[in-house]
Write a protein that binds this ligand. Sequence first.
Ligand code: PHE
Ligand code: ZN
Length: 856
Amino acid sequence: MTDLTPMYLRDYQESVYQIPKVDLTIELDDERTLVRSSMTVERNTNRVEQDVLVLDGHDMELVTIHIDGVLLSTDQYQVSQESLIINHCPGNFVLTIETMINPKANTALEGIYKSGGAFCSQCEAEGFRRITYFLDRPDVMSIYTTTIIADKDKYPFLLSNGNCIERKDLEHGKHLVSWHDPFHKPCYLFALVAGDFDLLEDAFTTKSGRNVDLQLFVDKGNLFKAHYAMQALKDSMAWDEQVFDLEYDLDIYMIVAVDFFNMGAMENKGLNVFNSKYVLADERSATDDDFFNIQAVIGHEYFHNWTGNRVTCRDWFQLSLKEGLTVFRDQQFSADMHQKDVTRINNVRVLRAHQFAEDAGPMAHPIRPEKVVEMNNFYTLTVYEKGSEVIRMLHTLLGETGFQRGIKEYIARHDGQAVTCDDFINAMADANDRDLSQFSLWYSQVGTPQVHANATYDLQSKSLSLRLSQTPGAGQQHPPLLIPIGFELLNPKTGETMRQGVLSLSDAAQTFEFEELALQPVIALLTGFSAPVKLDFPQSNDDLLRIMTSANDGFSRWEASQSLFRQCIANYYKDTGYRLPDSLQQAFANILDADIEPAFKALQITLPGFAEMTEFLQDVEPQRLLAALEQFEQDLLNSQTAKLTSIYQQCTERLFGDSEQASGLRALKNACLHYLAGDEDFDGEVVSQFRQARNMTEQIAALNAAAQYNLPSFENINNAFAEQWQEDTLVMDKWFAIQAKVQDGNIFERLQSLLSHPKFSMENPNRVRSLVGSFANSNPKYFHDPSGKGYEWLATQIAILDKINPQVASRLITGLIQGQGFCQEVQSRLRKQLAGLQKLENISADIGEKISAALA
Ligand code: PHE
Ligand code: ZN
């Protein structure tokens, strides 16, 4: 039976032993890698009575154990599935352990495994225990010296954390390389890579004059795709110096790109390991979004060097300490490198479409979880994205200067330590002489809070009174939160901004008065999306139109158009005979005509999607919602075909010029294409966009549109695409993702045959996410097929995958467990699949935890 016993935050206890120093020698071999670990072990002085050492370990063979050079006999220790227990240990000693591991058989991709021809490691959260027996917890911090031995021809590069201290050739064609990392670190930041790569080198001089070698390792033949990532790294380093006054601290910074990776990337000290998807890009094969994401992830991992590595987490319940803060930092970086408003709107879209659903679902948890079965299940949108929103609120409350003062204090206090979210809040509070105790409730509340607003204007006294109240989200009751509510008051006639600022809502209900307003203003609330809440503030179409055209705040301008759309889609949903009102036609036309940035316009005409609308409505019948979305889009197209076509053409023409704004124009062009392809007559244009595309953004958008509407040209260009890109792994991932989205009644046969496609493999997480993930998340029509076939297909793949890579299986299960927004029939069909999965023999803790939460 799988052990689903949770661990609780409240049970945290300090480690009895510490391991200040570790020397590792790793002799790499596909199936028999020998790991020898020599550790200095010290007992905590206030725990003298405790002489039993319990080390974590998983899935490896124990070869020998020595204490101070003396071999232990088998009666001096016990080995179990998950641990090695050594009885009667001295207070201070040197512990040497040899273990044997099998990287080739490691399909879970935690610990040491093979990606293509290379060895690489992944230790966060609890992968180090698959390499050797250790105190695998982030509050045990050590100085590492790592020696790697491997065949020199096959693995000319042997890499680990820190600085290289020795290199020599050995007999039998092997060589040895040693690394020393001068910084204390938890074992989750340990890394090892061995392989043959192409190397891109550069350098960066920090503002205090330290010269840093930058090395980017990619698969042979991919060097031409490494330049953008290198530039992004240099930009990140410069930005962190400018904005946070934080400099890099080693003489070398290495990034390795691998094809087999469970997540996006990993911030191992001095040696980041990246999913190749977040490194490799060139114009022809990568989209504008890919470039954006590469820069953001490179930044994210780099920023972890201070927020995560130099100051780390005491325990995994504190994950948001490093992740929420580091996401906030990468979002600010992206906003500075691109258009602020556009970046912010995209952050909010992710949060509302996906984090809100998680926060309303069976796995809902605070940004600092209190109860965990499988830690890998808590690398969530809540910990990352909502975590970042919480940091952003702090930034709003303290202002940039106060925020930076707090960060300085946090780092000064805790450099080199493993700390808690409370430590962070305390540093921010003390540095600013503020009481943040109410604010800190954000770390323990569950669910998305609602804020209700109600405004009355009194002509006589020329005053506006704004009543705000809050109710907790799906989670438990809790005392009122401190919620910053950005606002802007607009002159209804001229659109001028009369007042703007931030209100602090701290009671269950509060009234804010505004005096001396000559006329009743239009109110934009929650400007900048100042808090991760749902706002309930009914506004007239006229008010929304005023905000849409006149607010200073870009988020509010966009949000006003989205409110109009959401309301209208809700009407289509409720009444199948509903047709586009004139006011909406006009509003849509106004957006199309407006003289605004193309990237912004693209966002304004992009409708709220299926996931976001599911959050907005209740007891959703999926097919009915899809029909409503489709009809609405069709009506918008019919009402504005001419304008959409002309913008589409203008963008195309301007793209041939030498435009700086190319990515914005492409976004706008493709947003128009999305509508226009709804008319089969546009098939020819789609084909020419596909054929004339000079970059992946345009090419893939054409193919995607053809798949979305199953246009006559689809099969043709689809085959051409596969033919053209068959050798490019990352582009083939895009191809697989599109196959799963085709709007065609034969989709299930198509999916089935893709599973046996020569280029498909259940062992490659990117491939699996492309095919299985894209079907479950981006093909709602067939995923929610009334026959239940879509759910069944997903469940079948999850059952297979759970045996290969439970972490990836667990991420794909979201579609089956987050049914709370749907009608009863859907929920019971989902439950049926979950009940089936629950009976799997040797089910992983990863999916086991989620299924039992969903069926509880
Ligand atoms: N710590 C990584 C990041 O956010 C994410 C990660 C977690 C990667 C676990 C691998 C395994 O940057
Ligand atoms: Zn991170």
